[in-house]
Design a protein around this ligand. Sequence first.
Ligand SMILES: [Zn+2]
Length: 226
Amino acid sequence: MNFLKELFEAIIYFLFPPRCPNCREIVDERYQLCETCAEKILRVDFSEEVPSPIEKVLRVTKYRDGLQPLLHKLKFDNNLNVLPAMKRILDDVSNHKEVLKLLSGIDFAVPVPLHAERLKERGFNQTELIFEEFLAKKNIPLKKILIRRVATPKLYKYGKADRQKILKGVFAAIEPVDLRGKKILIVDDIFTTGTTVSECAKVLIELGAEKVSVLALASDFGENFH
Ligand SMILES: [Zn+2]
């Protein structure tokens, strides 16, 4: 039986070799980025500009000239086939010293919520899907305690000042909750101007949170600030 299983796996490997999710180059393991794409996309670093009241912002990949095409497939084509590649990226950086520094002392994580209408339209909150396994492996609970009360327009075409106006008061706690003393990590797929996570953080701080940091899958620090 084992021989047959191995033979079967060898045939599958031969017919469908693992390919880089970004450029389709053949790689060693499934969902792994090829060396060229890894070099281009992976970038683990803290932002030097951190919007109040957030303490630290860490991203693990570049967005433009980076993860953008894969993230677009997930968010705008609802293509869940790219999800394992993103989980693999988080897996690959999970013991990076900056990641360990960010996660140290965190009580729980909060995903940036989608508005109910957007959630219904897309069928999933991509941020939760991207981060849930990573956080589970790190023993950090993912708590969906925030709600997006207003369906805001897509923000990519707006500058920072407009985003602040659009997002003011948009987020709230789903139910009354006491966050005194809690160290919270907001997770988001893309960090651009930081307005969205900053508004989420304000709600958490008002509820007593001691510290709020951010882990973003992708970002272009500096380049997108308006
Ligand atoms: Zn590649």
